[in-house]
Design a binder for this molecule. Structure first.
Ligand SMILES: *Cc1c(COP(=O)(O)O)cnc(C)c1O
Length: 427
């Protein structure tokens, strides 16, 4: 067994001062059992814990670190920016530069605003859609996560009623009553809901490739049909690309599916590991935002110079890389999982696109939240624990995406496949 004495000590102290000892719930390992490990540092594809153990990292801070940990050029660039001060609350040239680079990758974002997180990006995008359409209702899909803003913390209610129920206490029904929840990948239910309610529906928000119930890929034509229906009824389409932005290519799901949403939300990779988010749309829509328009949105630290420096350097590097490298490594890894699972007669479905993947412990194909919920989470927990012990850090929940970075190499993949062989034979 790996030693984890120091992690346990630190966890004990942390639990006394923070709920479950963490600043974001899934870090507490509640879904897989055991105690979280405390990280000391990261370099390339690896993280190192306070007890001196090292792990190949497939969480990568939940997506942002597509270049791996502490990438040299990024670190140097941040250091340089730091010398000039950490925040001004006044415009800087780098903000325009990163926005220009984002627009190059996402031409549908003619204008944009930088914010501090993905949550802020989706919250602002929804306010913007309501301001622009002068309508109140929004549609979201079960299993998609758009951050922790009140009106989006909602799941489908039981029975045929379309009224959702908050997934968190402390969220008044009044704040979710304008949110309609539908199953992902079901174009018929969407069409019905839109036909019935379009006069009140401002926007549909979706993860165009879902990562937050584990990776779920849109069915053929689903996104194209969604685009067409929303356009037909004067409803804005919001692509939440906080996870998918710059994950598959120098662009997003909208580039690979060749569809333009009305509003795009970004986060994660565009900050390269520092807190940032962005939302953007056509000039006409974005000019609703204050002070040009009457939709208010602001932020003391928005466009923070250090976060922007980290994001800008990350995007400049991504502009030059060949994504095929991580995509083919992901394909290799996922194929290995499937064949090793088969050898061990385990029910496993691997969903992957580009450099994101989820190993679902089910014999079903996973197209929506209900399919994902059919997974054997005990098997997932056992898999996670065996992998961790072997030195591979996977997402500590069945319902999350795993990622590769450009720092991952062939040897990491070989090591991981060997760990998989030992893990899956023991489940
Ligand atoms: C991570 C994520 C968010 C929330 O971003 P935060 O920076 O954690 O607030 C929103 N939408 C999607 C699709 C995400 O993956």
């Amino acid at each position: 067994m790996k030693s984890n004495e120091k992690s346990q000590q630190l966890y004990k102290q942390a639990k006394e001062i923070m709920p479950a000892g963490v600043n974001s719930p899934v870090r507490a390992f509640g879904a897989v059992g055991g105690d979280p490990i405390f990280i000391k540092k990261g370099k390339g594809s690896r993280i190192y814990d306070v007890d001196g153990n090292s792990y190949i990292d497939y969480v990568l801070s939940w997506g942002p670190l597509i270049l791996g940990h502490a990438e040299k050029q990024v670190v140097a660039y941040i250091k340089q920016a730091l010398e000039n001060g950490t925040s001004f609350g006044a415009p800087t040239e780098s903000e325009t530069k990163i926005a220009q680079l984002i627009k190059q990758a996402f031409p549908s974002m003619e204008k944009m605003r930088l914010v501090n997180s993905g949550t802020e990006a989706t919250m602002s995008a929804i306010r913007l859609a309501r301001a622009f359409t002068k309508k109140d209702k929004i549609i979201k899909f079960e299993g998609c996560y758009h951050g922790h803003t009140d009106s989006l913390l909602i799941k489908a209610g039981s029975g045929a009623a379309t009224f959702g129920v908050p997934t968190s206490t402390g969220v008044p029904h009044d704040l979710t009553k304008n949110t309609i929840v539908l199953p992902y990948n079901d174009i018929d239910q969407l069409r019905q809901a839109i036909k019935a309610g379009h006069k009140e529906i401002a926007a549909v928000i979706i993860e165009p490739v879902c990562g937050n119930m584990g990776v779920v890929i849109p069915k053929d034509n689903y996104l194209a049909d969604l685009r067409q229906i929303t356009k037909e009824y004067g409803i804005l389409l919001i692509f939440d690309e906080v996870m998918t932005g710059f994950r598959f290519c120098f662009g997003g799901a909208q580039s690979i599916f060749k569809l333009n949403p009305d509003i795009t939300c970004l986060g994660k990779i565009i900050g390269g590991g520092l807190p940032i988010g962005a939302y953007g749309a056509s000039q006409q829509i974005m000019d609703c935002v204050s002070p040009l328009g009457a939709m208010y949105q602001a932020g003391t630290l928005s466009g923070n110079p250090i976060a922007v420096a980290c994001g800008l350097k990350t995007l400049q590097i991504l502009q030059l890389v060949d994504y095929k490298k991580i995509i083919s490594m992901t394909d290799t890894l996922c194929a290995a999982v499937e064949s090793i699972a088969q050898e061990n007669k385990l029910d496993v479905t691997v969903n992957h696109l580009g450099s994101m993947f989820t190993v679902f412990f089910t014999n079903k194909k996973v197209f929506d939240y209900q399919d994902a919920s059919s997974c054997n989470i005990k098997n997932y927990a056992a898999y996670f624990t065996h992998m961790l012990e072997a030195g591979v850090y996977c997402a500590p929940s069945q319902f999350e995406a795993n990622f590769l970075s450009f720092a991952h190499g062939k040897r990491d993949i070989e090591f991981t496949i060997q760990a998989l062989k030992n893990a899956l034979v023991n489940i």
